[in-house]
Every structure is written in structure tokens, then in C-alpha cells.
Design a protein around this ligand. Structure first.
Ligand code: SF4
Length: 315
């Protein structure tokens, strides 16, 4: 008796077919695993993905990132179905700023302009005057009249970096990212001794002592551009290592080294556990089932939309 052969389906083909039948677009953050980046229609940082989400004409947005990013896509696209491969993909930085506590905090600064980083829940966005990303934060802070006080939330490290860059005094919410605060100043110094030719690239969510060692500080997009344009042949990368996949594509002749973390012995210690909850299988499954879907109360959506639109106007 002849053995029945299982149909050989390739998950990449399945996803391509689902894109067509669902009229879906896949947006992926640079911190996603390489296979997801390779299957995406568009890869970017938070600002680029927000813009892309606004301009798409797809019926379904598959957001390969974390919850606040998919929420932002839904705020901008109420009429489209937005799915996130794993609904548990949260963000420690967004979680560090709960909306009720933030609302109480803001009562102390009634005259201040409230600038919130995009890594926040819709409820925190709704309490804000303008949203920013690491790509446009400096420009947005500079656009605020000098005589106005500013509250900046939730990342205290990005906030301090912006205070140094702009000279503006800001009230900072004491939040941080569990990944970007792991990098070890001591071990990066040791790596620099071993590779004196290497440039250090760092995201402004890193602690000040790590940023002080960096040759270039910027958003994920800015770090990518620097990796491609710099004459250096070797880089120590202090951000989520998912970005190295695009760096190696852009500059295949260069070497990219993950910045080491304090106390971490493994190669995956600096990977964001939230981002990495998404897998290629979950991407396919959420396209088949159209869930988990992001849904939102319309009043909340409209309040969160206003500061996002302000950001898009200003950037
Ligand atoms: S790397 Fe940090 S800021 Fe980015 S999603 Fe993960 S926990 Fe949030």
C-alpha cells in the first residue's frame, strides 16, 4: 500500500496566500525575529509604522510588534481589522506608566504640556497633548514654546537625554524599558578595549552611563542609517538585537556585536521577551482566524487620536 504523502506547505507560502485572500498587510518592527521581518510588507520603527498604518488601504493590518503599536494602528484605522500575533506581547515601558497613576501625577502640573512617548497605552495617550517617538522627540520638544513647562513620560532615560539635547527642563515620569536598562557599561568598556575600532551605537532608552560611551545615539532607524553610512567596519549595538538582521542586510561586509548585559551570560539576554512572543506560526494563525483582534472603545480612541495626529503634523 502506498503511503499518503503529507502536502508540503511552506509557511512563507501560506502567509503570502493569506495576505492575498485577506487583503492584509504585515507591518513589522525592527525588533521582531528575522523570519517575521522577511515576511513583512513593511519594516520600521514606531514612527514609520504609525505612518504606514495610516496610509494603508488593506482590510487587515497584521501588526508584528507589541500591544501599544497595534493599538496605535487601530486608533489610526478604526475601520480596519488589526490583529496582533500574540495578545500577550506587551511592553515593560508602557506598563511602567499606568493611566490612573499618571492622571493623579498630572494633577500636580496642570499648566504643563504633556508629551508622551509612543510606548504607552491608549489610556495614557488620551491624557497627553502630543505623542513622540525616538525619531521625532527632539523636534517635538523644541516645538513647545519656551515659557511652557513640560511633563515627559514614560521613559526617564529618553527624557534625560532630551533634556541634555534641548536644554529644556522637563518633569519626568520614572519609567524605563527592561531591555535597554540591562546593558553593562563595564562590559561595553571592556569590548571597546578589545575592539578599539568599533563604534558604539545606542538607543536613547539606555541609561546615561551607556549613552556616554556611544559614538551615535538615535532611534532604531537612525542607528540603521549610521551603520550603513559610517566608515567603521565593526559596531557594538546597544538596543534590541533584532535590528542586527537589517544592519547585516544593509552592510553585509560589516560586523555587528550585541552589547553585553550586566550579569548575563547568554546570547539572548538582551532580546525583548515581549517582542519575541510573536512567531511565524502565530502570524499565520492570526491571519487565518483574524484574531487576536485589537478593539477599543470609540471615545477612548478619539481622545488618543488627537495627540497622535498632533505628532504626525509636527514630524
Ligand atoms: S524593547 Fe523595551 S520598550 Fe521595546 S517593546 Fe520591549 S520592553 Fe517595550
Amino acid at each position: 500500500m502506498a503511503l499518503a504523502t503529507a502536502p508540503t506547505t511552506d509557511i512563507f507560502d501560506e502567509i503570502q496566500e493569506l495576505k492575498r485572500t485577506r487583503n492584509a498587510v504585515i507591518l513589522a518592527h525592527y525588533y521582531q525575529e528575522p523570519d517575521i521581518q522577511d515576511v513583512a510588507d513593511f519594516i520600521g520603527d514606531s514612527l514609520a509604522l504609525a505612518r504606514q498604518a495610516k496610509s494603508t488601504d488593506a482590510d487587515v493590518i497584521v501588526f508584528c510588534g507589541v500591544h501599544f503599536m497595534a493599538e496605535t494602528a487601530k486608533i489610526l484605522n478604526p475601520e480596519r481589522t488589526v490583529v496582533l500575533p500574540d495578545l500577550r506581547a506587551g511592553c515593560s515601558l508602557a506598563d511602567s506608566c499606568p493611566a490612573p497613576a499618571f492622571a493623579r501625577f498630572l494633577k500636580r502640573y496642570p499648566d504643563h504640556v504633556v508629551v508622551s512617548y509612543v510606548n504607552t497605552s491608549a489610556a495614557v495617550k488620551a491624557l497627553s497633548d502630543v505623542i513622540c517617538t525616538s525619531s521625532n522627540a527632539e523636534k517635538i520638544i523644541r516645538s513647545i514654546p519656551e515659557d511652557r513647562g513640560i511633563v515627559f513620560a514614560p521613559d526617564q532615560h529618553l527624557g534625560r537625554y532630551l533634556i541634555r539635547k534641548t536644554g529644556r527642563d522637563m518633569v519626568l515620569w520614572p519609567g524605563s524599558c527592561m531591555v535597554h536598562t540591562l546593558f553593562s557599561e563595564r562590559k561595553i568598556r571592556q569590548l571597546k578595549v578589545r575592539y578599539p575600532d568599533a563604534e558604539v551605537l545606542a538607543h536613547p532608552e539606555c541609561e546615561e552611563r551607556v549613552l556616554a560611551l556611544a559614538d551615535h545615539v538615535g532611534s532604531t532607524k537612525s542607528l540603521l542609517s549610521r551603520a550603513a553610512a559610517s566608515r567603521a567596519r565593526r559596531f557594538i549595538v546597544a538596543t534590541e538585537p533584532g535590528i542586527i538582521h537589517q544592519m547585516e542586510k544593509l552592510a553585509p561586509d560589516k560586523e555587528f556585536i550585541r552589547a553585553p548585559v550586566e550579569g548575563g551570560a547568554c546570547d539572548v539576554c538582551s532580546e525583548c521577551p515581549h517582542m519575541r512572543l510573536n512567531t511565524l506560526e502565530k502570524v499565520r494563525d492570526c491571519m487565518e482566524r483574524l484574531e487576536p483582534e485589537i478593539t477599543m472603545d470609540e471615545k477612548l480612541r478619539l481622545r488618543a487620536l488627537r495627540p497622535i495626529e498632533r505628532m504626525l503634523e509636527l514630524s
